[in-house]
Ligand binder design. Structure first.
Ligand code: AMP
Length: 180
């Protein structure tokens, strides 16, 4: 199925003032409830990464899991879960990061990746980049290399994608909402 930019973007619903005043929440649930859209999105990443030398796909709790799991299945790569604090059993490594108000913590299981691993890191959306930088720290502190960050949506006005590029981390997003 041919990828259709306009069609995929039409499946992203903007919910104003949610979860709080001033936020334009980009809701991707219509992609999941539209089999054609879901296939277009997954296929776009399959085509991009089918011949790449990534060894692992890592994804961020929770919306990042949904596409990344299908992608890992399609590309036959191991899937690494980066979860919110307290969700992963056994020994974990944590990394805290700043949110608009306060802070949060992400965790990965010890030895989930190792030196020499080439990781594609997936999340649904890039805003300030704080979440992704915390995930990158968890992966690189265990010796892995980030080959690329992939997302469905980039919000360039919030600066995260530029910060990633400034740190020489390649990024790939299917669409962007700028100045909206
Ligand atoms: P950030 O750490 O600021 O880059 O925020 C990225 C994370 O927060 C992603 O995991 C998104 O799911 C979520 N997020 C941040 N802003 C939005 C938004 N406007 N709409 C939907 N999700 C968002």
């Amino acid at each position: 199925m041919l990828y259709d930019d306009f069609y995929v973007k039409s499946l992203i619903r903007t919910v104003e003032d949610w979860p709080k005043a001033g936020i334009s929440f980009r809701d991707i649930t219509p992609i999941f409830s539209d089999p054609k859209g879901m296939r277009m999105v997954v296929d776009a990443y399959v085509h991009r990464y089918i011949a790449s030398d990534i060894t692992h796909i890592a994804c961020i709790d929770a919306r990042g899991f949904l596409i990344a799991a299908v992608l890992a299945y399609e590309l036959q790569k191991p899937l690494i879960l980066i979860r919110k604090k307290g969700k992963l059993p056994g020994k974990t490594i944590s990394q805290s990061y700043d949110l608009e108000y306060g802070s949060a913590e992400l965790e990965i299981q010890e030895n989930a990746v190792k030196e020499g691993d080439h990781v594609l890191l997936f999340d649904d959306l890039i805003a300030t980049g704080g979440t992704l930088f915390a995930a990158i720290e968890l992966l690189t502190s265990q010796g892995a290399e980030i080959k690329e960050v992939a997302a469905i949506i980039d919000l360039p006005d919030l600066g995260g994608s530029q910060k990633l590029r400034d740190n020489e981390i390649p990024i790939f997003s299917l669409c962007a909402f700028a100045g909206e």
